[in-house]
Design a protein around this ligand. Structure first.
Ligand SMILES: [Zn+2]
Length: 426
């Protein structure tokens, strides 16, 4: 079985949003109470509580405390599960010791089996914008309107999570257990594409098309830095601090959504046209650490190679098509024609010139040809003209004042403190 999550945007009345907020605070207090009880238990008896003990304790606390009674009983139990899992991760050396949480850090509630109901399904929109809406009732919280932009197997839902993002948006995530899909194997892949990922051109395809790197973070950086500075001047946890934090989170979410949107569209485009995708087996973390300058490190980060790879792969696998990673070593320095390694090629060289056979092409295009060659498939050796992929439909990053921010690029020196700008992965 494979676990998959389906996330939908949720809208609620102000009253419901406030109820949700109160419940999140209660859940946070309950979490801290469990943490406290566990610490006492350990100090007195030198033992840790089992999952069942923690669950029972959560239910007992709920009985005693009026504030906790606002929570659905299964939600309260799930708070115990969450603490248990955090503690187990600590024991396994995968995470730090669970700490007391503050309300702005506790942002989601989980309904494991019962306590939720979807109803009032209806179709809205016309043509391409057609999607479904439904009403979700979460017991003890209220009603949310969900925009169901894709189908999901409702009968297989194992849990429902309602999450408030730090930007203030609410999402509902359905976790579904699906049987493993049968992966098709193609005897002879008809159409192969090599994709070279890079900073200048985000993706160069072996058919000569390329996608410019929109550098969403870099474009938003000016604004993010302003917001970050404004946040750091506010009093920690004050109302104004929370407000500033929310604006900052909104900006980051915008960058992340923009990226995902672009990657999804690129993936869909490729998976429609090709049967086999050949990619470099990149060690992204290592790349970022090796990044020579701060700007380059940021651009590597901004290009999110691991995310783009994961999304491209997923788009191919979902359609029963194949993905073939090949060793990344020297892909950009190897001559596609004669295989000679061009050691003198530096990062600044945009054109690949082979000293052996004189093969002269765009360096990224050369790399995108080397990839399928390494996978055992030889693309035609007549260089094609490079051409940009036309803007994928509805790409919504607004340019500010005719790209004024882009011209200020030389000021783009990331200072040490701006490291915090980085959003958590995933
Ligand atoms: Zn050559």
């Amino acid at each position: 079985m494979r676990v998959r999550a389906y996330r939908f945007r949720a809208y609620s009345s102000k009253t419901t949003a406030r109820v949700l907020e109160t419940q999140l605070e209660a859940a946070c207090k309950l979490y801290n109470a469990l943490l406290h009880a566990e610490q006492e238990e350990y100090e007195e008896n030198k033992r840790t509580m089992s999952m069942n003990e923690l669950r029972q304790l959560a239910l007992d606390l709920r009985k005693q405390n009026k504030e906790f009674q606002a929570l659905h009983s299964q939600v309260a139990q799930q708070v115990a599960d969450r603490f248990y899992e955090a503690r187990q991760r600590f024991f396994e050396g995968l995470a730090n010791k669970p700490k007391k949480k503050r309300p702005h850090q506790y942002l989601s509630l989980v309904y494991p089996q019962s306590g939720w109901k979807l109803s009032n399904w209806r179709e809205v929109g016309l043509g391409k914008n057609k999607k479904k809406k439904a009403r979700l009732r979460l017991s003890k919280i209220g009603f949310f309107t969900l925009v169901i932009h894709r189908d999901f197997p409702l009968e297989q839902v194992t849990q429902v999570c309602v999450k408030v993002y730090s930007s203030g948006r609410i999402y509902v995530i359905f976790t579904v257990e699906e049987p493993e899909s049968q992966e098709q194997t193609l005897d002879e892949p008809a159409k192969v594409v090599g994709v070279d990922l890079g900073i200048e051109k985000l993706a160069t395809l072996s058919d000569g098309r390329y996608l410019e790197n929109p550098k969403p973070l870099e474009r938003s950086l000016e604004r993010i830095r302003l917001l970050q500075r404004s946040l750091s001047r506010k009093k920690f946890l004050s109302n104004n601090w929370l407000k500033a934090k929310r604006s900052l989170a909104k900006q980051h979410e915008h960058v992340r959504d923009f990226r995902r949107d672009l990657f999804f569209k690129l993936g869909a485009l490729l998976a429609q046209e090709y049967d086999l995708l050949v990619l470099e087996d990149l060690d992204t973390e290592g790349l970022i650490q090796k990044g020579v300058t701060r700007t380059r490190r940021m651009r590597l980060y901004d290009s999110s190679f691991s995310e783009i790879r994961a999304l491209l792969e997923w788009q191919f696998r979902k359609r029963g098509k194949l993905v073939f990673p090949v060793p990344a070593y020297n892909t950009s320095r190897e001559c596609f024609l004669c295989g000679r390694i061009n050691k003198d090629l530096t990062l600044a060289d945009r054109v690949f010139v082979c000293p052996e056979c004189g093969w002269t092409v765009d360096r990224d295009y050369n790399a995108s040809l080397v990839l399928p060659k390494r996978a055992g498939w030889v693309p035609p050796t007549v260089p094609v003209e490079l051409r940009p992929i036309p803007p994928l439909p509805s790409l919504g990053l607004k340019r500010r004042q005719g790209g004024a921010m882009m011209q200020e690029a030389p000021r783009l020196q990331l200072r040490g403190s701006s490291q915090r700008v980085h959003e958590p992965a995933g």
